[in-house]
Design a protein around this ligand. Structure first.
Ligand SMILES: [Zn+2]
Length: 301
């Protein structure tokens, strides 16, 4: 799945299309793609995992989801979801992505300060958002696009290992210093990711993502297929990644009906239920009588 840095690479590669008029549009999207024909691209920008093609009156938002991809002046065998073509035969092709028109001013729609790759990134704001949600798991926090827009699963796993935090730690249990490290590294690692991806060496730098041994201490890494609210793969080291917070409570015990209750526990046949109720009533009455008999002697002491 393309993460924020990958979209930054697309933005840089496609920069030459800024200011150009779309001559022809094709694609299997159900949106009215022809709306873009004859329109001039005023800017190409990104917000986290969103690639934004701006036109004077509206914006086309491209989200690559899990399997989306793009080609510039090249085609894949698959049918494009959207193909923007220009007068000199150049083209921008998008595959298996989610498209949406965004109306009006983008500044009203997007919080640019949440994008870890943006110049407008605001770490203080991120800290405030984290402090407001102390029960959130560290892994969920990093994947929350309203806090760390652009951070995907690879960045999440690698950042948590870098800052030595267990993915199931609670945000509220992290010290102010740890929280600061998490916020700083969400951005720093994203820029490392960008550099390595451009040099085609990203995978070589994975420390835990898809790995089995911790390079820091040689421990066998833990793996979870679905961790946290986002149910994403987690690779982490139980030796060097510290768990902060309260241990998970054990599963709720099955609550048994109390013996004094007169309500039937299950949908037992009426006859049985009646018997059981009679017995319970008798038992309660006996107990009350015993108590009453004892009471005077206790008062007398
Ligand atoms: Zn380790």
């Amino acid at each position: 799945m393309p993460e924020g840095p990958t979209i930054v690479i697309l933005r840089e590669e496609a920069a030459g299309f800024e200011g150009r008029v779309v001559e022809r549009v094709t694609g299997n999207s159900r949106l009215d793609l022809q709306r873009m024909r004859g329109e001039r691209i005023t800017a190409l920008c990104s917000w986290g995992k969103h690639f934004l093609i701006r036109f004077p009156a509206f914006t086309m938002r491209v989200h690559f989801m899990l399997f989306g991809s793009y080609r510039i002046n090249e085609r894949r065998e698959a049918a494009p979801r959207m193909s923007l073509q220009f007068d000199d035969g150049q083209e921008l092709n998008f595959y298996a992505c989610s498209l949406r028109y965004v109306e009006g001013e983008l500044d009203l729609v997007y919080d640019w300060s949440a994008d870890v790759m943006a110049d407008a990134w605001d770490p203080k704001q991120a800290r405030r958002k984290l402090r407001a949600r102390p029960d959130m798991l560290a892994a969920d926090a990093l994947l929350d696009q309203t806090i760390f827009s652009g951070v995907g699963n690879i960045i999440k796993n690698e950042v948590l290992h870098r800052v030595r935090v267990h993915p199931e730690s609670q945000v509220g249990a992290l010290s102010s210093r740890k929280l600061g490290e998490l916020v700083t590294q969400a951005r720093e690692y994203s820029f490392d990711f960008l550099r390595w991806k451009k040099e085609f060496v990203l995978r070589k730098h994975y420390q835990v993502h898809t790995k089995t041994i911790c390079p820091r201490d040689g421990s066998r890494l833990s793996y979870r297929a679905k961790l946290g609210r986002f149910q994403r793969r987690a690779f982490f080291c139980e030796t060097c990644q510290v768990f902060y917070g309260e241990p998970m409570p054990p599963p709720e015990p099955i609550v048994r009906a109390s013996r004094t209750t007169t309500k039937p526990r299950t949908t037992a046949p009426a006859r049985l239920t009646k018997q059981a109720t009679k017995k319970t009533v008798k038992h309660v009455a006996k107990k009350a009588a015993r108590k009453a008999a004892k009471a005077p002697s206790r008062r007398g002491r």
